[in-house]
Design a binder for this molecule. Structure first.
Ligand code: HEC
Length: 136
């Protein structure tokens, strides 16, 4: 048996296996991309059934808005718009919705920041639709 031919053959088989592994890796990463597009993370984790003022809305606003719209900072950074107290949030609800959805003629918020997560916008909507309860 000619060992040179066998070695050559072995090399070809190795190369083919390597190519196969690379192709499989590429397909695997494509599959992950598609999965993320099909199932955005909020659809798995967004709580839309127990939205409350203290439990949901306060954390959205304090995490994204109070750096400019707290009672203390509003004059300096937030155009005197206060969003720290329940009554202020209720009074501004329509403008807040326009601002966080980037719709209408409202100034897009958070100012100079990334748009809020879809989940947060959805939760704010739900709270408004529920009649803006001051609940826990
Ligand atoms: C970096 C500071 C900053 C942050 C953070 C910020 N805002 Fe503002 N906001 C402003 C300023 C300044 C204005 C005045 C209008 C303008 O300059 O665009 C404003 C205006 C507004 C208005 C009035 C918009 C209008 O057109 O009537 C609303 C409502 C509002 N902000 C809500 C929010 C909400 C809700 C958040 C968080 C999701 C937020 N803002 C985050 C600075 C900020």
């Amino acid at each position: 048996m000619d060992t040179r031919i066998t070695r050559k053959h072995t090399k070809t088989v190795r190369s083919l296996l390597l190519i196969a592994v690379i192709v499989m890796a590429l397909f695997a990463s494509c599959y992950y991309d598609n999965e993320e597009a099909l199932y955005p993370s909020y659809s798995q984790t967004c709580d839309t059934s127990s939205v409350t003022y203290s439990g949901t809305i306060v954390s959205i606003i304090s995490g994204n808005c109070l750096s400019c719209h707290s009672n203390a900072n509003a004059a300096l950074y937030g155009n005197n718009i206060r969003l720290e107290d329940y009554a202020d949030v209720v009074a501004r609800a329509t403008a807040i919705e326009g601002s966080i959805k980037h719709t209408g003629s409202y100034s897009p918020m958070p100012k100079n920041g990334a748009k809020l997560k879809d989940c947060s916008i959805k939760q704010f909507d739900i709270w408004v639709r529920n009649g803006m309860p001051n609940n826990k």
